[in-house]
Design a protein around this ligand. Structure first.
Ligand code: HAM
Length: 433
């Protein structure tokens, strides 16, 4: 065992899985760029104060931050999410509104690592700042929904709630607090502690003994002001117009403190209940202001890449791509000709790999097989002398129709193109995918 290993909850993403990650981010960018979102790349580390604005009753801030004093004496943190950074950027740069941005990249939370829960994890997300329209909430949710559809995921459930206006929420929290205080004995020790910090979060408890008290607790819907009720109504109506199915869950309070009005979560039906949140978001009117900007409406979501890919594995969709090159060059004359041929192929848009260290023919052919290439180009001393090359089909499906043949060196590229076209035309659709 080597001396150094990745830290707990942190992983190396190796090929071909890393290609799958990149494609995941590309599919996301395609979906949201087509809706007018531009990419923001905030720094991974910021003044700790930025992240503290997420809220002081959330574990993400109080227990899970990676924070330290840098060499200049600044107290900084690694970002646990990117919404706060986007709001800080908005307050700093004051772009025109509505400001529609998307992001992709790693976040850090010191959590207990387990399947689907890591200390470094990736998210893709969008945020829109400066617009209050309920149909914007619908647009945001619909883009998340469309993204799952593009990945091929089918077993995703959308849960929806509204936490009301700040005053509604405050009245609700007060009523919850009195209710839980009156029922303290029936709550678990953990929930009693949570209640002191934020009674809303007790609703999130998955512990069996808490469930009876929670199900009889006051309901947020009874606290909506007319504005909050009509906003929520319009969100539901918009989702129905777009045929996006949803379930209203009055207990959906989410793990971060900044939400006001709409909250939602995408859950993967194939994942265990502890880690089934594929992504979530909502409105956070007020966060920009707390970061020194003007009062600004905000809505967005973040989707966890790691968990979404686990859901893709479960459903057998969006598999790691086949990373094979088109051509593998075998050169038993020292490797210089392979160097030239690879270069020519690549500059003609044909992907190519080769063996190094002047290995034997047998060993190079093994490499060719392993590479998954459609064809091998073989150069031995005879070919080198005669200024020719051998094209050999490597995959079973094409050997029937096309045999190994000698071609002139100066027509090699066009002969390779023809051989590849033939190979692709004789493949089954499954192989092509
Ligand atoms: P969040 O619910 O904390 O929201 O995270 C969103 C998603 O990130 C989760 O549903 C999950 O898939 C993934 N995730 C979170 N923590 C971990 C972890 N330790 N390991 C693996 N995946 C994880 C936010 O981050 C908000 N910023 C969302 C938002 C954007 N709200 C408004 N705008």
């Amino acid at each position: 065992m080597p001396e150094f290993q990745t830290s707990p909850g942190m992983r190396d993403i190796l090929p071909p899985e890393s290609t799958r990650w990149r494609r995941f981010q590309q599919v996301f960018a395609d979906v949201v760029e087509a809706a007018g979102y531009g990419e923001i790349i905030p720094p991974m580390m910021e003044d700790l104060g930025v992240f503290q604005r997420i809220g002081d009753a959330t574990d993400v801030v109080t227990k899970e931050m990676y924070d330290f004093i840098d060499k200049g004496g600044r107290h900084v943190g690694l970002r646990p999410e990117q919404t706060a950074s986007v709001c800080r950027a908005f307050a700093q740069h004051r772009p025109l509104t509505p400001w529609k941005v998307f992001y992709a990249g790693p976040n850090f939370r010191y959590e207990k690592p387990q399947r689907g829960r890591y200390r470094q994890f990736d998210q893709v997300g969008i945020e829109v700042l400066g617009a209050d329209d309920p149909y914007l909430d619908v647009e945001v949710i619909a883009l998340g929904w469309e993204f799952y559809r593009r990945l091929g995921l089918q077993q995703v459930d959308l849960l929806l709630n509204s936490l009301g206006e700040p005053a509604d929420r405050a009245a609700y929290v007060e009523s919850l607090q009195s209710y839980f205080e009156a029922n303290l004995d029936a709550l678990t020790e953990e929930s009693r502690i949570t209640m002191q910090k934020n009674p809303l979060r007790v609703l999130d408890s998955k512990r069996a003994p808490d469930q009876a008290v929670i199900s009889a607790a006051p309901k947020i819907a009874d606290f909506y002001s007319p504005d909050a009720a009509s906003h929520f109504e319009a969100v539901q109506q918009g989702l129905t117009d777009l045929s996006i199915p949803f379930t209203i869950d009055g207990k959906l309070v989410r793990g971060l403190d900044y939400y006001r009005r709409t909250t939602f979560e995408f859950q993967g039906a194939t994942l265990g209940s502890a880690q089934n949140a594929l992504g979530g978001g909502g409105r956070y009117d007020g966060l920009v202001e707390s970061l020194g900007g003007p009062p600004t409406h905000g809505v967005g979501f973040a989707l966890g890449l790691d968990r979404t890919l686990l859901a893709c594995d479960d459903e057998g969709v969006f598999a790691a791509p086949n990373a094979a090159v088109d051509v593998f060059v075998v050169d038993t004359t020292g490797g210089r000709e392979a160097l030239r041929i690879c270069n020519e192929l690549r500059s003609n848009g044909i992907s190519a790999d080769r063996a190094f260290e002047n290995r034997s023919m047998k060993s190079q052919m093994k490499g060719a097989d392993r590479s998954g290439a459609e064809i091998a180009i073989i150069i031995g001393s005879n070919e080198l002398e005669a200024d020719t090359a051998v094209i050999r089909p490597l995959r079973a499906a094409i050997t029937e129709g096309s045999q190994q043949r000698d071609v002139a060196r100066n027509t090699l590229i066009s002969d390779v193109k023809a051989a590849l076209a033939q190979a692709h035309s004789t493949q089954s659709p499954k192989e092509k995918a």
